[in-house]
Design a protein around this ligand. Structure first.
Ligand code: LMR
Length: 394
């Protein structure tokens, strides 16, 4: 039967990772996949993660199954990190998932189960795996405008116009912070307007928050998610620990479903646990346990927050250096948006041809839509990238 299979379309981010690996040039620069790198190009294990893992090895007495929803302590710690006390705990259903992608996948299956005809609206552009999963599950996909190619900021008017056409019961997927792939984000006032239109249409918001702590700080990055959580009866939230705890390969994430009341939430909890059972039974626990230990131990938490903050400030500094260098070389302010963007990514706003030129002629790898991983830069590569951008006529 295998011969009847069709080759799936390649994920453009993962395909780029492979092309980069195959490139033999030693001056190549990887600005592709969203993985944090320090100034030496390493993706370090965070100090607090190392310490918690060591403690875990010493203390753990069993590897027997947790619950289908994962460890309840993980859910409590993550709900506190993402939502604080904005929503009563009895209104929040939650299951641990294999990474943020697992949470997105379970959310889509949950939506499909609850409301098979609902369309899920994603920003144009968005993380390519969002539409891929939605289409794979045979669900309806809608798109709202998001990015203004001229300013490299949010096309807020376009976004509001498109959200104004969403049908009652549809789901609107929003990036909680650090929009991937653009780096362009809504102000809190704009979030207020988005909340109003989504509410007015009778739609359900879903938040994907994968970079909390990478933009303006842990609390500020959660502010929009909390505003949404407070404003609706029902909200879905997919949160990832891959980036802010650097536990990419441990697959640590969580799906939260905020319900109208305790009864609805109980129903949601049962369905989420059922979906875990159908897909992989018990979610992975190692990363979740480590994250829980860090969030609940004052010393580990303080160290984690300090290291995360250093990471965040380092990325902001790289943004500023790149914007300054491009200002100097282009003698214009047209790249200043790079310092305004937040998170790991910025969309440069240039054509796929120019992106290919940067790759072929300069060994600089960014995703075809001109998304750059800012964390892939360092003080040595910033002048090289800036010079290549100017020389390529961008
Ligand atoms: C990215 O956007 O590069 C990351 O979220 C990694 C991935 O899985 O695509």
């Amino acid at each position: 039967m295998f011969e009847t299979l069709q080759s799936p379309a390649a994920d453009k981010i993962l395909a780029l990772m492979q092309t980069f690996r195959d490139d033999t040039r030693d001056n190549k620069i990887d600005l592709g996949v969203g993985v944090y790198k320090d100034e030496t190009g390493n993706t370090p294990v965070m100090r607090s993660v190392k310490a918690a893992e060591q403690q875990l090895v010493n203390e753990q007495t069993t590897k027997a199954y947790t619950g289908l929803a994962g460890d309840p302590a993980f859910a409590d710690a993550m709900i506190d990190l993402v939502l604080g006390d904005t929503v009563p705990r009895e209104r929040i259903a939650a299951v641990a998932t294999p990474g943020g992608t697992g949470a997105i996948r379970q959310a889509m299956e949950f939506i499909k189960r609850a409301s098979p005809d609902a369309a899920v609206w994603v920003s144009n552009p968005t993380w390519p795996n969002h539409p891929s999963i939605i289409k794979y599950l045979g669900m309806k996909l809608g798109e709202y405008r998001y990015f203004d190619e001229d300013t490299c900021g949010v096309d807020f008017d376009g976004m509001m116009t498109d959200l104004g056409t969403v049908a009652a019961g549809d789901v609107v997927l929003l990036h909680g912070c650090c929009h991937n792939p653009t780096g362009a984000n809504l102000t809190l006032a704009q979030w207020g307007a988005v909340i109003a239109v989504v509410k007015d249409r009778g739609a359900v918001p879903m938040i994907d928050i994968a970079y909390q702590g990478f933009g303006d700080g842990l609390a500020d990055d959660a502010a929009a998610t909390r505003m949404v959580a407070e404003s609706f009866d029902e909200v879905l939230i997919a949160a990832s620990c891959s980036k802010n705890f650097g536990v990419y390969r441990e697959r640590t994430g969580i799906l939260m479903a905020i319900g109208r009341n305790a009864d609805d939430t109980k129903l949601a909890q049962g369905n989420l646990a059922f979906l875990n059972r159908q897909n992989y039974s018990f979610p992975p626990d190692h990363g979740a346990r480590v994250v829980t230990m860090i969030l609940t131990d004052p010393a580990l938490r303080a160290d984690w927050e300090e290291e995360l903050e250093t990471t965040r400030l380092g990325m902001l500094d790289l943004r500023q250096q790149l914007a300054d260098e491009l200002r100097r070389l282009s003698n214009s302010d047209r790249f200043d948006f790079l310092a305004v963007h937040r998170g790991m990514f910025s969309r440069l706003g240039t054509s796929p041809e120019n992106v290919e030129k940067l790759r072929a002629d300069y060994g600089i790898y960014m995703v075809g839509d001109s998304r750059m991983n800012i964390a892939g830069l360092n003080a040595d590569t910033i002048p090289v990238l800036a010079r290549a951008i100017i020389d390529a006529g961008i």
